[in-house]
Structure formats: structure tokens, C-alpha cells
Design a protein around this ligand. Structure first.
Ligand code: HEC
Length: 138
């Protein structure tokens, strides 16, 4: 009996853990705005990806991978990967120009656009990013 009682809370935690993270609708909406302004020129209006246009000079002709929809985020495993990648490498012609909160908002937008997680009441935080799988089925 004693054993069963101590097992219960552990079981409950296991059941809750997969949905413990979330982001707010506001985070995703802000992220979508930053995306439209600073990213869609290369990654497409709907994040579908595309070929970098002439106006981006040295980067023209490069393939900007999709970030939403089919085949999105092909090289990202976790939400932390997205955060770190965009913080240091995007936008490609001006890396390091995004604020930390812009990066977090864009991650929230990515989670929503790819239906990885539904929005909730709690804002997404740095600590949660490593446990969020971008391709949960893979
Ligand atoms: C001038 C064009 C351009 C702009 C603007 C741009 N990107 Fe990119 N992005 C690229 C290219 C090209 C790659 C592929 C880089 C490579 O192959 O090394 C890329 C790769 C990425 C990836 C990696 C996806 C993966 O799984 O490989 C992410 C995430 C990303 N961009 C997000 C963003 C975000 C967010 C913004 C806006 C803040 C942005 N990009 C703005 C051209 C651009």
C-alpha cells in the first residue's frame, strides 16, 4: 500500500509532462508580425520556403527552407534549435539583429503554424525549449 501511494504522484507527473509547455496566443501573433516583416521575403508569405531573390545580393539563389507547412524546419530537432539558429543566423543578411523576445515569439509562431502545440495561458520560456520536439512523430 505504501508503495502504491508514492507511485501515484510520479504516474500523474508522467501523464502531465508531455503537455506541460505552451505559449500564449499573443506570443504567436507577435511572432507572425516579425516573421512577415523580416523573414517572409525569403521564407514566403506562408512560410512555405523559396529561392532567395535578387535584391538580397550575395544570398540570391540560395534555398530558404520552409518554416511552416509540409517539410517545415527540416534541420531543426527541438524548439531550442530554432531559437538558437534564428538568434545567431537569421535574418541571413543581418544575423544577430533579433531581440531575445522576438526569437521566442517566432518560435511560438512556428509551434502554432506547424500545429506542434496549441496556444495556452502560460508564456513559452527558455527552459522549456529543449523538450519541445519539432517533428514529434519522427
Ligand atoms: C535573405 C533571405 C532570408 C531571410 C530574410 C531570412 N532567412 Fe531564414 N534562411 C535563409 C536561407 C538561405 C536559409 C538556409 C541557410 C543554409 O542553408 O545555411 C535559411 C534558414 C532558416 C532556418 C533553418 C530551417 C532549417 O530547418 O534548416 C530557419 C529556422 C530560418 N531560416 C528562420 C528565419 C527567420 C525566423 C527569419 C526572420 C527573422 C529568416 N529566416 C529570415 C534565408 C533567409
Amino acid at each position: 500500500m505504501q508503495k502504491k501511494l508514492t507511485l501515484l504522484p510520479t504516474l500523474a507527473l508522467c501523464l502531465i509532462a508531455p503537455v506541460a509547455f505552451a505559449y500564449t496566443g499573443q506570443q504567436a501573433t507577435r511572432g507572425e508580425k516579425v516573421f512577415s516583416l523580416k523573414c517572409s521575403g525569403c521564407h514566403g508569405d506562408n512560410g512555405q520556403g523559396g529561392v532567395v531573390k535578387k535584391m538580397f545580393n550575395g544570398y540570391a539563389g540560395m534555398k530558404a527552407p520552409p518554416v511552416a507547412g509540409p517539410g517545415a524546419l527540416p534541420n531543426m530537432e527541438t524548439a531550442e534549435n530554432i531559437y538558437t539558429f534564428i538568434k545567431h543566423h537569421m535574418p541571413i543578411q543581418k544575423p544577430g539583429s533579433l531581440s531575445n523576445s522576438d526569437c521566442m515569439d517566432i518560435v511560438a509562431f512556428d509551434l502554432k503554424a506547424n500545429k506542434i502545440q496549441e496556444p495556452g495561458k502560460k508564456p513559452l520560456t527558455l527552459q522549456e525549449l529543449p523538450s519541445i520536439k519539432v517533428h514529434p512523430g519522427a
